[in-house]
Design a protein around this ligand. Structure first.
Ligand code: MN
Length: 296
């Protein structure tokens, strides 16, 4: 099942280019802050899914293109992110890699992104004023959506704790010589973590260990890789993160970018596609913000 959140926090099920509103089957108010309904829906999925299935029969389809897509897990307690998890990406980073040369996700672990950097695919990537002085890159990543409270989950049980998958672009202000800011800040500007267009449930994706991951900018291929090349794979990432902290339903694990990172500028159109998970295109704009203090 492909579950999307749209417009004023409506819950929808996507089928082809149509979406059906099943919000009434969720049994709670969704358009209030904080938007934790999705965390509960995921936690209670076995009970909620039959109600959604029943509601689908009477839910009229509307064109997916006519709705505003929000982040499909809008209020995660964590966005776990993975550095240096594809060997060819480590090679291309060379001296600008934050992770010390020769190290990778298996030895360096993970970092966190601000949950406030998350946005839906209808929003657009907004580069801050003053972007011209620096380089902003795309990173194309499979996102894992945690399905159950996870603490010290062994590898063999890890996939039982996965609710589903989504497509995630980890937009990054690249370090540049003396401009060597903290990684969390460089990746946590508002709209720098667009995710979607929906969550595809784990039963529909199956084995996540060989999914093609591609990203184009204005039609030009930048990333074209497979999750088969992950250094720490999906079960390994759940095991690693949950060995440090408790993960909760709705939490997001961004699995890291393959080789092919490159700059984006306002006016670009970025398309990410992950096999059996989804695909979205998103424009790059100038954000309506003052220049961040890091530029001034
Ligand atoms: Mn990344």
């Amino acid at each position: 099942m492909k579950i999307a959140i749209f417009d004023t926090m409506r819950v929808g099920v996507v089928d082809g280019d149509q979406i059906r509103d099943v919000t009434d089957a969720i049994g709670e108010t969704t358009d209030v802050w904080p938007p934790v309904f999705m965390n509960r829906l995921i936690a209670d999925w076995e009970a909620v899914r039959p109600r959604i299935d029943a509601a689908l029969a009477n839910a009229p389809p509307v064109p997916l293109a006519s709705v505003t897509l929000q982040a499909p897990s809008p209020y995660p307690t964590h966005i776990v992110a993975t550095p240096a998890n594809y060997r060819k990406h480590i090679a291309e980073m060379g001296s600008i890699g934050v992770t010390p040369r020769g190290k990778n996700a298996a030895t360096q672990g993970f970092f966190l992104l601000s949950t406030a950097s998350l946005c839906g695919v209808s929003r657009g990537i907004e580069l801050p004023r003053g972007y011209e002085t620096r380089r902003f890159d795309h990173e194309s990543e499979l996102a894992v959506i945690v399905g159950k409270v996870a603490r010290n989950v062994p590898r063999a049980e890890a996939l039982n704790h996965v609710f589903g998958y989504s497509c995630l672009i980890d937009v990054t202000l690249r370090i540049d010589g003396e401009n060597n800011e903290e990684r969390v800040m460089r990746k946590s500007f508002e709209t720098f973590t667009p995710m979607g267009p929906w969550i595809t449930t784990a039963d529909e994706v199956g084995d996540p260990s060989n999914l093609r991951n591609t990203l184009t900018v204005n039609g030009e291929t930048r990333h074209d890789a497979s999750t088969a090349d992950l250094i720490v794979d999906v079960p390994g990432l759940v095991e690693m993160a949950s060995s440090v902290m408790t993960l909760y339903p709705g939490d997001i694990i961004a699995t890291g970018t393959p080789e092919g990172i490159g700059p984006i500028v306002p006016g670009d159109d970025v398309t990410i596609r992950i096999e059996r998970v989804g695909e979205f295109s998103i424009p790059v704009r100038i954000g309506d913000t003052v220049p961040p203090r890091v530029f001034s």
